[in-house]
Design a protein around this ligand. Structure first.
Ligand code: SF4
Length: 563
């Protein structure tokens, strides 16, 4: 396959892309992509997503930041993604840098490279993007003229594993802090004469920004226990508090998102209707980091929906939030969407928990009847109650029945195993519940005690026990016939994810070693290599078990200074 690239695209020196899988990942000029004059901008920012184009382009945070930054007249914001291994090989063979899609400039030419950290398994890709982009890996090695590397997203709530490689972390909702960062960078002449130190010092004073090398009177996490009893050091000095959008309704929301040439994971308009979650499930990290609950009004959602359909031509929209079934005006919103979009043929995805009631009332024509998903997380109501996940079996069974009777094809149930307090009966309750639904698939993942969740001090179940539990579920499902399909997530991947999520500054050595060993795209089953991860831990002398074991009350947590 040879693909000739249009002029002025992301990789200008690569005239032909021969034998490159999905070359549309690397070209630009998609509908709504923003192109600005390079020389006329005071600040150039590359948003880098440490996974492939199809994943990064689906991410709401990228869409929001791209929109906010490009609305600024003198700021350029462009995109870069992890290349697939074939493209990485090509770049390395030709000694070319990874560049942004819009201008085709190497990442090292930007003033700021901003990473979105959504998943710990992407950490080696952060290093890979920096290296391919021509940026020094370690913050301490970066010279004047090199970009400031900033990272945000859920994983930044434990920044220490990447602290050696990232100049500044934004904790919390980056759209709240991004223009303060821009103004600090411009004010210190970044982009004109690149005063790195001055910019970093200024960034460290912005609420929600953690600059590991400029912790002014703020002790390193490892030292908190000593400092805590040290008179004269204010407790506040040790804390980085997250940023949050206070008024969701009036916050920026992009209505002219980029429409890719190839299918991406969420190839539709996604409208965030609510941020935060009214529930507080004990295993849940998201409800803590996106706390408090904020609601977008029906009026604003309708405006966003209408503008987005007009600006993109998409014929499908979905409502996004952690728990859309709890959106207080869902009935009103659903019928307004039906009224507006039925004549236009636009399909709407509604939260699974509410689908049954719409179908019972005759159904909506705009309703996208894809899969119905429920996340009971634990098999028994007893364990669910202990987790604070208060969803009843009867509710799941009734909603599933109503939807399946109305023509829906499948129900998908999400469970975790290895939860604190789990017994054999709780496991058996998973297959019992599934057995009561006509068309059902299961997704079963090992529980990982994530930082900031109520279970952050719990230990993670050992791999052998997790495998035993999977076997038990599997054989019970087989006994029920082949009707129920189950997808068991790998305990090996979960173990590495857990160790990285709960890591500290030493974890940086493991991440570097993993990258040196060639580990890339570790969120992809076909690329995940447990043996190489094991070697990376062994060769750096770090035992992952130290991160995965139970943490005693009073033990210092590496992420304890983030609130
Ligand atoms: S698991 Fe879901 S319902 Fe529970 S707190 Fe988290 S986001 Fe909310």
């Amino acid at each position: 396959m040879g693909v000739r690239l249009p002029t002025g695209v992301g990789l200008p020196s690569t005239e032909y892309m021969i034998d490159i899988l999905k070359p549309a990942r690397y070209i630009n000029s998609e509908w709504n992509a923003v192109h600005k004059e390079w020389d006329q901008s005071a600040l150039k920012i590359a948003l880098a997503f440490p996974d492939v184009y199809e994943i990064g382009m689906s991410h709401l945070g990228m869409r929001i930041l791209y929109g906010i930054l490009n609305k600024e007249k003198d700021v350029i914001c462009e995109r870069a993604f992890t290349p697939w291994p074939d493209m990485e090989k090509r770049l390395r063979d030709k000694k070319e840098n990874l560049s942004s899609l819009e201008s085709g400039r190497a990442l090292k030419e930007f003033d700021i490279v901003g990473f979105s950290l959504q998943y710990e398994m992407n950490y080696p890709d952060v290093l890979n993007i920096l290296d391919l982009g021509g940026v020094s890996l370690y913050s301490r090695d970066r010279q004047e003229g090199e970009p400031i590397v900033i990272a945000g997203g859920p994983c930044a709530f434990n920044p220490e594993p990447l602290a050696d490689f990232v100049d500044a972390f934004v904790i919390g909702e980056a759209e709240e802090a991004i223009l303060e960062i821009v103004s600090a960078a411009k004010g210190e002449g970044l982009g004109v004469n690149c005063r790195r130190e001055a910019v970093l010092k200024k960034l460290s004073k912005i609420q929600g920004v953690y600059v590991p090398d400029h912790v002014i009177a703020r002790p390193k996490a490892e030292a908190i226990s000593e400092i805590a009893s040290f008179p004269g050091v204010a407790r506040n000095d040790m804390i980085v508090s997250k940023r949050i959008i206070k008024d969701l309704d009036n916050s920026f929301f992009p209505t002219d998102i980029i429409v890719p040439y190839i299918q991406i994971i969420h190839d539709r308009i996604g409208i965030e209707i609510m941020r935060g979650c009214p529930h507080q499930c004990k295993f849940c990290q998201a409800c803590k980091i996106f706390h408090p609950l904020r609601i977008r009004s029906v009026k604003r959602i309708m405006e966003i929906a209408e503008e987005s359909v007009k600006n993109t031509g998409y014929e499908e929209l979905s409502l996004l939030s952690l728990s859309s079934g709890d959106y207080p005006h869902i009935e009103e919103l659903a019928w307004k969407l039906e009224e507006k979009f039925k004549p236009l043929g636009v399909k709407v995805s509604l939260p699974s928990l509410r689908v049954g009631s719409f179908e019972e009332r005759g159904g909506m024509d705009t309703l996208k009847r894809a899969g119905l998903t429920f996340a009971p997380e634990a098999g028994s109501e007893r364990l669910r109650h202990a987790l604070n996940k208060n969803i009843q079996d009867s509710e799941i069974l009734e909603k599933s029945r109503a939807a399946l009777n109305a023509g829906w094809k499948k129900v998908k149930l999400y469970f975790m195993i290895g939860l604190p307090g789990e017994t054999g009966e709780d496991l058996d309750a998973i297959t019992n519940l599934a057995g009561k639904i006509k068309n059902v698939n299961l997704s079963v993942s090992p529980f990982i005690p994530k930082p900031h969740s109520d279970f952050e001090r719990e230990g993670m179940e050992g791999m052998e026990i997790l495998k035993e539990k999977q076997k038990r579920l599997s054989s019970r499902l087989q006994a029920k016939g082949s009707r129920i399909k189950a997808n068991f997530h790998s305990p090996e991947t979960a173990r590495i994810e857990g160790a990285l999520a709960r890591g500290d500054k030493n974890t940086a050595r493991v991440i570097l070693k993993a990258w040196e060993k060639g580990l890339r795209l570790q969120a992809w089953t076909e690329h995940f290599n447990y043996n190489l991860w094991e070697q990376a831990f062994q060769e750096t002398g770090i035992d992952p078990e130290n991160y995965l074991k139970k943490k005693e009350a009073g033990e210092i947590l590496p992420w304890g200074f983030i609130v």
